[in-house]
Design a binder for this molecule. Sequence first.
Ligand code: BGC
Length: 757
Amino acid sequence: MKKLLTVAIFVFFSFVSFAQNDITSKAKAILAKMTLEEKIGQLNLIIPGDGAVTGSVVSSNVENKIKTGKVGGLFGIYTPEKIRKAQDLAVKYSRLHIPMIFGLDVIHGHKTIFPIPLGMSASWDMGLIEQSAQIAAKESTADGLNWAFSPMVDIARDARWGRISEGSGEDPYLGGEIAKAMVRGYQGKDLSSNNTMMACVKHFALYGGAEAGREYNTVDMSRIKMYEYYLPPYKAALDAGAGSFMSSFNEIDGVPATANKWLLTDLLRKQWGFKGFVVSDYTSVNEMVNHGIGDLQTVTARSLKAGLDMDMVGEGMLTTLQKSLTEGKVSLAEIDQACLRILEAKFKLGLFDDPYRYIDEARPAKDILSTDNRTAARNMAAHSMVLLKNDKQVLPLKKSGTIALVGPLADNRRNMLGTWVVAGDWKQSVSVLEGIKQAIGNSANIIYSKGSNITDDTALFLKRVNALGVEAEIDSRSPEVMISEAVAAANKSDVIVAVVGESANMSGEAASRADIGIPASQQALLKALAKTGKPLVIVLINGRPLTLVWENEHATAILDAWAPGTEAGNAVADVLFGKYNPSGKITATFPRSVGQIPIYYNHKNTGRPFDGTGFPKYKSNYLDESNEPLYPFGYGLSYTSFEYSPVMLSKTKLKGEEKLTATVTLTNAGKYAGEEVVQLYITDPVASVTRAVKDLKGFQKVLLQAGESKEISFRITTEQLSFFNSDLKKVWEPGKFIVHIGTNSSHVQSAELEWNK
Ligand code: BGC
């Protein structure tokens, strides 16, 4: 059997490398016919101007550039009609008829919008996450696209950073599993088929490490931290076969990623073996002038030499490479290399066989926003929601009596999709009010009241939040009038459901926040509602972990719904009324206060650890705040309750490459069927370098009927014991290990063992 498997693997890899060789030789044949200008043209990626514009648009005269072979790809446009028109210019008019590649920020769905990625990650459901990317690929290829600027796999430990919403949180193992699922979803088994697209792993690298959580800020990080915690998801995406990478805006070791040779060549290509192409981020080549490493010609030459292949928007390559070649600052071989990689990508996508492969005017009507796609988005959204609190089992709600539905995000379609929805139309989304009405029919009464504005801070906050269009409106009524109307509704009701939190672009790119609480206007509303003494259920709409100490103390229940996407209201209703029993678990720690940030579960012990008791001096703690988060990584409740037995190990003394099995018995001790994410962590208490207090090494999502018990086993190998040592070598060192299995990173059952070489 083993032999058969080895032969199968050999045949598979021989086939892959044969296919790659074949593509390379075909691409080389085209390269041989190209002029220098045409080669440089392939390195140019531009945005014609009616898509998402996150920087200054510098392209003009786009039509003429395409016709004269000065454009390798476009992004920011979609629909078969528009893309056909653009592709025609390249294929019919340019001298060598080289097709263009068409990209877009398809981040969490194309037109059927799924929850924001941070929300999807909370499902811990790789099958559903893969399916979301597959549907996104089906919809976007139906719209003429073939390249998704996703997955975003940046690890983030700082909830002030707005783009934490676009990733999978703080853990490298979970982040890596999700990265692989997304790449599988987009690229499928055959990249050249007309319903799959090329993934672009971003932002390479370490973008989530921006100092103080401030967007585009400096990153400065030790190699050990990079290798152990920040790089694994990029590597996982590469191993899953991702066809392209995007360089990040930030610097690494004093050199911006876009011109960082260590990053783009030594690590990505030489150590990791990446064979695809690397595109810059939006004008990140030009921005190196601001970083202070030279003028446009210098930084562009540096980026090419470092291993960058394609220049997004800034046209530094288009306008300076020829001069740099003449002056000997870059070589023809370097230009050829970059061009070859882009031609190869186009071959992989099947564009040379048929430049119109992804262009079919009949597809949007059947493939986009179909009932099936919407059902999948609703299911994904329900699975992504996290029950943070549920006192007195107030949830699930009964479909009877009177419900006061309040809050500025309750009767609100506009903010349900969250950040980065270039093609998503908020008018297609279902508000929470609509979803609840649909779910209860005539069996209960609803009194709706807005209660507050999303924010009353018109001077600063609102202007920045509304920069992309009015998503947070100011009501003509005064805050006092709005609150008293909501309180009156609450007084007439049996339960209050308050839908509060952040508007869509309060998180995402260029949306860092120094205060990550619910905005003051909504807090005032919540405080007034709490005073009524009625059960208060908070439904949070948010793009990041928030500080919720007051809310956790005073609300009866809190359901974190993130930005749930097109089917928002239906999915919220599914969970509130118990059609789906929540199973989400947070993937980024919720701090008690901003002062604790960066806060993450896999921290080090330090030389003076604080065990949480008393008020000792000279311990690693704060004078005015606990070390503990409000909700730890992996936390989330269910309508049922799960009990864990102690951990049973198949052995407690092991040697060499032996394998270990760790088992717990999980019991559903409550009244409802439900899913639990069983989490495996390992501690390596003594090693040659300091290790985290624990690291996630496995998880399983299991469904148990009420009263059912099941044995859950994890196979543990030395791979899960290994780490990067001071020489950046992945090793495992013998000695004692602690295996933990539990419901979240803070609540686990533990067992010790010894593993020797
Ligand atoms: C973002 C990228 C995005 C690109 C293209 C940039 O501002 O950082 O994530 O893919 O714009 O829209």
